[in-house]
Design a protein. Structure first.
Length: 536
């Protein structure tokens, strides 16, 4: 529909609903529409209307819904609109209306909430309103949605917001509010699902009681001047089963301290942005230490930006860390491991008294493995001497070959021949069987045929494969033969059942042992009946 709104519509004296929303209408809103005394709905949004809102519309005493959003209206909101005390829906968003310079000074500016007590939806975003929010707005206790986005409102957020117990949506983004966030925000109804204060000048700390709004699905406090720590109670903001918390934005503030471990409780969150703060231990925050393991629980994360920090150590592999397209780790040079597609360096293998590193001797063009002992750990020096003496006296085709021992005031370590990085999980069933036999031969030699029995206890990280898929066994420290035998049993279960003792399925009394007893035959049948394993 194009053209102007005909003033002759005023002759339709019994008209109750006038919906001209979403057309190409132009010109001004006819003042004659103010004579339609039975009109309940007037919707003129998304057109090309110009001029101001006619004061005559204040005569529409039956009006409950009024919308003129997304036009080119200018001027002030007439005081007469305050007479529409039956109004429940009011939207004038994204026009050029202004009450700056105290041009609006009647009952609407001071008593809007008293004159419109039944108001449920109040949308005035995208205009040029200034001054403070009338405190009387919070007396319209039926309000469910308030949208004041992109205006020039000043001063503090009203302290009596707590009166709005039916509020489900509050958006004050892109204004000039200052002062602190009032504690009354925390007393809003549990019906509140969206709370946005972004792009203002609000300062101070975040009230920990804000976590009482447990049904929030969106929280935006970004681009303000908040300080202090992120409350650990934020871990309670999990939403509901049908409406979980999906977005939280705390970026561009001055938060300090660590990212609370409780953030891992936000299991259904899609996006969390805490970049550009002063957090000390997720982009450009100078965060240090390991990546919090609790973040693995965030299975529904669509984006996680941890770039340009000082994180170090192993990258988790569960939850959002499985999806490398949703993960940014750029600028963290000390990270290792993680999903293979991240192409990070492999993490050092942690032994009981030290770590194992990969090295290269250029003169001999030889790749080596270097086991460096942590001398700060109690018993490390003694362990080094015991290991050197044992290595001097043993030799077996299924034991990793030692090249030399190194000892100084600062470092103690052993140098071994480096083997390929193929893992047991990559093997077909027949190769796994061969590998298990090789390991058994190595364990038997160490337990029964060496000068002194040598025990390891944790076998799986010590089973290494060469290019011919021959299993080699890296030795460890003295404990007990029984413990070594138990570890070998666990290794066999993992190899042939395809389940780890820490698998998520093992709960409520189910573990790898009774799983093997009740489902071993079925699992083995599935394994050997797989077409790919039949060919092998």
């Amino acid at each position: 529909m194009e053209g102007e709104i005909p003033s002759s519509l005023s002759n339709c004296s019994n008209l109750k609903f006038l919906n001209l929303h979403g057309n190409k209408l132009k010109g001004k809103v006819p003042t004659e529409l103010g004579s339609l005394m039975k009109l309940k709905l007037l919707q003129l949004g998304i057109n090309n209307l110009v001029g101001g809102i006619p004061p005559s519309l204040g005569n529409l005493s039956s009006l409950t819904k009024f919308g003129v959003a997304d036009n080119n209206l200018v001027g002030n909101i007439p005081d007469a609109i305050g007479q529409l005390n039956g109004l429940v829906f009011f939207t004038i968003s994204f026009n050029k209306l202004s009450i700056s310079g105290n041009q609006l000074n009647g009952t609407l500016s001071a008593n809007i909430g008293l004159n419109l007590p039944n108001l449920q939806n109040f949308y005035v975003g995208g205009n040029e309103f200034s001054r403070s929010i009338p405190t009387s707005l919070c007396n319209a206790t039926q309000l469910q949605r308030i949208d004041l986005v992109k205006n020039k409102f000043l001063e503090s957020v009203p302290t009596n917001l707590g009166n709005l117990l039916n509020l489900s949506w509050l958006d004050l983004t892109l204004n000039q509010f200052d002062g602190v966030l009032p504690n009354s925000v925390s007393t809003l109804s549990n019906e509140l699902i969206k709370l946005y204060f972004g792009n203002n000048e609000i300062s101070g700390t975040i009230p920990g009681s804000l976590a009482n709004l447990v049904n929030l699905i969106g929280l935006g406090l970004n681009e303000n001047h908040f300080i202090g720590v992120i409350p650990t109670a934020f871990g309670k903001l999990i939403g509901t089963s049908s409406l979980p918390l999906v977005n939280i934005n705390l970026s561009h503030n001055s938060f300090m301290g660590k990212l609370p471990f409780e953030a891992g409780n936000l299991k259904n969150i899609n996006e969390m942005d805490i970049s550009n703060n002063n957090l000390s231990n997720v982009s450009q925050n100078n965060l240090s230490g390991p990546i919090p393991k609790g973040l693995e629980k965030l299975f529904f994360f669509e984006k996680l930006n941890l770039s340009f920090n000082n994180f170090e150590g192993e990258v988790p592999i569960k939850g959002v860390f499985k999806n490398i397209s949703a993960l940014s780790l750029i600028g963290n040079t000390k990270l290792c491991g993680g999903m293979q597609k991240l192409q990070l360096t492999k993490c050092p293998v942690n032994a009981v008294f030290g770590s194992v590193y990969k090295g290269f001797i250029h003169l001999k063009e030889r790749t080596i493995a270097v086991k460096v002992l942590n001398l700060h750990k109690k018993g490390a020096s003694k362990s080094f001497m015991v290991e050197c003496n044992a290595l001097r006296n043993i030799q077996h085709r299924n034991l990793v070959k030692i090249l030399t021992c190194c000892s100084s005031m600062d470092y103690n370590g052993n140098q071994f021949k480096a083997l390929t990085m193929k893992t047991i999980n990559e093997l077909d069933p027949s190769s796994k069987t061969k590998c298990a036999i090789d390991v058994a031969f190595a364990i038997d030699y160490l337990h029964n045929h060496s000068v002194q029995p040598i025990i390891h206890c944790d076998l799986k990280p010590s089973v290494l494969l060469d290019n011919d898929t021959v299993a080699h066994y890296d030795m460890g420290d003295e404990t007990s033969i029984e413990a070594d035998t138990y570890s070998y049993r666990i290794l066999l279960l993992e190899m042939f059942l395809g389940k780890r003792p820490t698998d998520d399925m093992f709960k409520d009394g189910l573990n790898v042992h009774n799983f093997a007893k009740t489902a071993c035959l079925k699992s083995l049948f599935n394994c050997w009946s797989n077409p790919s394993t039949k060919r092998s």
